[in-house]
Design a protein around this ligand. Structure first.
Ligand code: AMP
Length: 579
């Protein structure tokens, strides 16, 4: 790994935001990519790995994995090229066709990243799942994504996947990362198969519009939606890596997000490698001392993390600059939920480096609004639109949109179509996709305002989606699982504000008649939800209620439940069904 000496004055890639914004052109930016050597298209894996695997940085560390015991595994660009070629050949051998889906369900281990690039090379669709999910969210995603191949560990296979197999007829093989021999025709050894696969592979012609990545995100109604991203999205990953993450040669970069969430893929896998830097991946979850040690030991220069983690660090009795040598750190970035002004100020004071909040979502595939090194930060603001991105605040109805020009007015945050990483559709749900647009404008589902100087400020979600520890949770998915408990007659779920993790998932439950309420029953319902959904998604609080407020057409009025829970005004109750 190249050593980055302390970098006192690295000039930002964007020195003058306004002039870059005014003159930016995606066609010119495209010249920063190579395209396939055959001249036939653009492949994400080629741009992230192959083009670096034959030039001077081929032996440079692409990925550094930190294992639980703090030992490391380094994989160079050249090695990653060979390993992902082997995986692509293995997919060929297993009969995977273009567009079929390859899922991973693992922690942050090398096999996940190798599978990602091998799948992209093979032109199959790659979908990483969060390993902390319980069996039900795993099933929903594997079945909605028509999983053909799943890469997982023996433990996860045994505890979470095996009981689902009868319900997954499209699944042809499970590749298990930590067994030496095949279990049966379905569950086979990944290391064994990799050892037999050739390390030479030619990427087929790839159109920028060919499907590449699949990410599930929660909706207010219905089960999770699979946002499909295309190979051409790599242009956004290249550009935002330069403009926001400010990648420079020799940077050592750490994105703390899991690839099961879009940040961990766009910015934990693709963007750093497209930009030729070293990406650090820690197998472990949050631990303040461990994180500071990682920053120190691995001389991290750019650190991309999340508000929940920053708030946790704020509460610790640690003075990082005194206790750790963080001289290489030159920038901190945050995404996923609001980074409130006090957190920005704490970070600036504590680390003495720029702290840049930015905004984007699964559907946008890449950062859309950000603070920049060369712009003054307004603590609490998400910043300004990326060059090449047109954002606005709008009044939106079922069929119309009106852009609000007046500053500081709240409205829907909308983006004009046309950036390369815009999702292509929701898998098998074109109608749901179409509903996200009004003409040329994409509706993000967020409410925001824009001040007179063009800085955007997050106001809230326009729907009932919950953000807990930076993760989207759809109330419907949680309610459906709760309803499977023998004692539950009705369930409604809201996000209840929490100073540490943003929101906690809170459930209101109506019991079946004749059921006696007691603490044990509540605990049993919680345990049921944790088992089905996993701890990241299951409710942390449950209230037993006599009825759940609904509209006359039977829709749960989660907003009203939330207002009552928080003691806020109840608003317009004209649609409320009398109880
Ligand atoms: P996801 O699709 O899971 O990445 O979640 C995207 C959503 O997270 C956005 O629509 C916002 O509601 C929220 N979000 C992301 N970044 C920010 C930010 N910087 N400030 C406030 N909310 C954010």
């Amino acid at each position: 790994m190249r050593d980055v000496a302390a970098q006192p004055a690295i000039t930002p890639n964007i020195e003058d935001y306004d002039s870059v914004y005014n003159f930016f052109n995606w066609e010119i930016a495209y010249r920063g990519l190579n395209g396939l050597p055959s001249g036939n298209g653009l492949n994400m894996a080629y741009e992230a790995v192959e083009r670096h695997a034959e030039v001077s940085i081929k032996n440079h560390t692409a990925l550094r994995f930190i294992k639980s015991d703090r030992t490391t595994i380094d994989i160079s660009y050249a090695e990653l090229s060979r390993l992902s070629n082997q995986f692509a050949n293995l997919l060929n051998f297993l009969g995977v066709a273009k567009g079929e889906t390859v899922f991973t369900l693992t922690g942050r281990i090398p096999e996940l990243y190798i599978a990602a690039f091998g799948t992209l090379k093979k032109l199959a669709l790659f979908c990483p799942l969060f390993s902390v999910f319980g069996p039900e969210p795993i099933y929903q995603r594997l079945s909605r994504g028509n999983a053909k191949i799943l890469v997982t560990t023996l433990d996860l296979f045994t505890t979470k996947v095996k009981p689902l197999l009868d319900r997954l007829p499209a699944l042809s093989h499970v590749l298990i990362t930590d067994i030496e021999k095949d279990i049966d025709d379905l569950a086979i050894s990944l290391p064994l198969r990799m050892s037999k696969a050739s390390s030479a592979f030619t990427i087929p012609d790839t159109k920028p519009t060919d499907d590449a990545l699949l990410h599930f995100t929660s909706g207010t109604t219905g089960m999770p939606k699979g946002a499909v991203h295309v190979h051409g999205a790599v242009l956004t990953h290249l550009v935002t890596g330069k403009q926001v993450l400010d990648f420079h040669p020799g940077d050592i970069y750490w994105c703390t997000a899991d690839p099961g969430w879009v940040t961990g893929t766009s910015y934990g896998i693709i963007s750093p490698l497209v930009n030729g830097v070293t990406s650090i991946i820690d197998e472990e979850e949050f631990d303040a001392t461990r994180w500071y040690s990682v920053l120190e030991e691995h001389k991290v220069s750019i650190w991309y993390t999340a508000p929940t983690a920053i708030r946790r660090l704020m509460r610790m009795n640690i003075e990082p600059k005194k206790q750790f040598n963080l001289e290489h750190l030159r920038m901190i970035l945050s995404v996923g939920e609001p980074l409130h002004a006090d957190a920005v100020k704490w970070c600036q004071k504590t680390f003495e480096v720029p702290v840049l909040d930015n905004w984007w979502q699964t559907e946008t595939g890449g950062i859309m609004i950000s603070n920049f090194r060369s712009l003054p930060v307004r603590p609490g603001s998400m910043g300004k639109p990326l060059p090449g991105v047109k954002a606005a605040i709008a009044a939106v109805t079922e069929s119309s949109i009106q852009i609000i020009k007046e500053p500081d007015k709240e409205g829907h945050l909308v983006l004009k179509r046309g950036w390369p990483s815009m999702f292509k559709t929701y898998l098998h749900e074109d109608e749901r996709y179409a509903k996200c647009f009004r003409g040329e404008w994409y509706l993000t589902g967020d409410l925001a305002r824009c001040d007179a100087d063009g800085y955007y400020w997050f106001v809230g979600r326009a729907d009932d989606i919950i953000k807990t520890s930076g993760h989207m949770v759809g109330p419907f998915e949680v309610e459906s699982s709760l309803m499977e408990h023998w004692a539950v007659s009705e369930a409604a779920v809201i996000g209840k504000p929490d100073p540490l993790i943003g929101e906690i998932v809170k459930a209101f439950i109506v019991l079946k008649s004749g059921t006696t309420i007691n603490e044990n029953l509540k605990l049993d319902i919680m345990a049921h939800a944790r088992k089905k959904l996993g701890a990241a998604v299951a409710p942390k609080e449950i209230s037993i209620v006599a009825s759940i407020p609904k509209t006359r057409s039977g829709k749960i009025l989660r907003r009203l439940l939330k207002a009552r829970e928080l003691g806020l005004p109840e608003g317009d109750l004209s649609t409320l069904e009398p109880s």
